[in-house]
Structure formats: C-alpha cells, structure tokens
Design a binder for this molecule. Structure first.
Ligand SMILES: N[C@@H](CCC(=O)N[C@@H](CS)C(=O)NCC(=O)O)C(=O)O
Length: 215
C-alpha cells in the first residue's frame, strides 16, 4: 500500500496496461507552531510521504471555521485527509500512517519496546500536552495571573518529563528503543523542552534535536 494504490487497482492496471490516475495526495491540516501537528509532519517526512500542507492559523481562530469543523468536530489541528478517509487526533493519525504506509516503521516489533513507545506517546498526548496547551494557560492567566499559568505549565511538563526520563533509563540504542527514530521520538516536542530548558539535555531525547529540527 506504500505506493498509495490498492492491490486490486494494481492488478487491474497490470491486466490492461492502462496508466492509472495518480493517487490523491495526502492533505495535512496543520499549524506550524502546533506540537500535535509537528508529530504528524515528522512521521510523514520519516515515511517519505508527500502531502499537501493546508495551513490552519490558530492565532486567527481558523480552527473554528465551519469547513475545518466539518473535518474535525472538536476543532483542533492536526487533521489528515487520505482519499475518502479523514482522521483527526495526532495519535490516531500516527497509528493510521503506520498501518497504511509501513516504510520506516515508527513502532518496533519487540512487544515491550512497542508498548514503551505507545506508553510514552500516550503520556505526552494525555498527561503533558493538554495540560500546557494555550486554552488552559489562558484560562488560568485570566482567572489568576500569568505567573500562576507559567507555574502550572512548568509543573506538568516537569512531572511528565521527569517520569519519561525514568522510564527510558538504561535504553542503550541511539534513539532509546531503536537505532532509527521511532514513535516516542516523533511525539516529543521541542516546545515543551524550550519551556523547561533542563530537559533539552535529557538523554533519551537530545539526540533527536538536530535530526528533527527541520519538521
Ligand atoms: N489530542 C489532540 C490535541 C490537539 C490539540 O490540542 N491541538 C491544538 C494545537 S497543538 C489546537 O488545535 N488548539 C486549538 C485550540 O485550542 O483552539 C491531538 O493529539 O491531535
């Protein structure tokens, strides 16, 4: 499936010699500064998949446009369109890409290492990112003040990344669970580590800093 053609389509084409229509290009609705979008851009690039970039400017509230809401009713980026398939939520998109486009696997075969990748992705996606996202930050800033909002954000990033550091202790391959970049690397975000610079030096993550900086 990596070509984007189904096996039925390829058989039909082989029988007739017809030149197929190129498969519809993937479309990614994304905002450049969004860490959730960044994970998907990293995975698409690692897998060598071309895609059409559809910018959704969160600073202009474009995620609330009815056209985008039609793709993702909860009004968050990213959203991926692959032909007739629409998937929103970065974790679901990453798992979909892994199933459909197996080149450059993001998940190791080894069940323990695989589970560790999923565990870390889930921690970042449910116990770090939502707690430091700007709707929460702005809510606390408006109810209390910006110092309290910064303290709240740093507390949750610190708690999450301290746990990740412990979980990854002893991993001795280049990228924690393998020698190629995998799910857990693609899902970590430099934005969190810039908020708390001590984690820029964090051993399981620092090796990816330059490798992922283009995404
Ligand atoms: N669980 C979702 C969260 C997506 C999310 O929080 N996206 C943020 C940007 S990183 C967003 O669109 N925020 C817009 C808003 O809060 O209105 C995912 O992983 O895709």
């Amino acid at each position: 499936m990596a070509s984007g053609y189904s096996s039925n389509a390829l058989q039909a084409i082989a029988g007739t010699g017809a030149v197929p229509e190129p498969p519809a290009k993937l479309k990614l609705y994304s905002f450049w500064r969004s860490s959730c979008s960044q994970r998907v851009r990293i995975a698409l690039n690692l897998k060598g998949l071309e895609y059409e970039y559809k910018p959704v400017n969160l600073l202009a509230n474009e995620q609330k446009d009815p056209e985008f809401e039609g793709l993702n009713p909860i009004k968050y980026v990213p959203a991926l369109v692959d032909g007739d398939t629409v998937i929103a939520d970065s974790f679901a998109i990453l798992l979909y890409l892994e199933d459909m486009y197996p080149q450059h696997p993001l998940l190791p075969q080894d069940p323990q290492k695989r589970a560790l990748n999923i565990q870390i992705a889930s921690i970042v996606g449910s116990s770090i990112q939502p707690l430091q996202n700007y709707p929460v930050f702005n809510f606390i800033k408006d109810k209390l003040d910006s110092n309290e909002a910064v303290k709240w954000t740093q507390h949750h990033i610190n708690r999450g990344f301290t746990a990740l550091e412990k979980m990854l202790k002893g991993c001795d391959t280049t990228y924690a669970t393998g020698n190629e970049i995998q799910l857990l690397q693609s899902i970590r975000s430099k934005f969190y580590t810039f908020t708390l610079p001590k984690f820029l030096q964090q051993s399981p993550f620092r090796k990816t800093k330059s490798a992922l900086s283009e995404n």
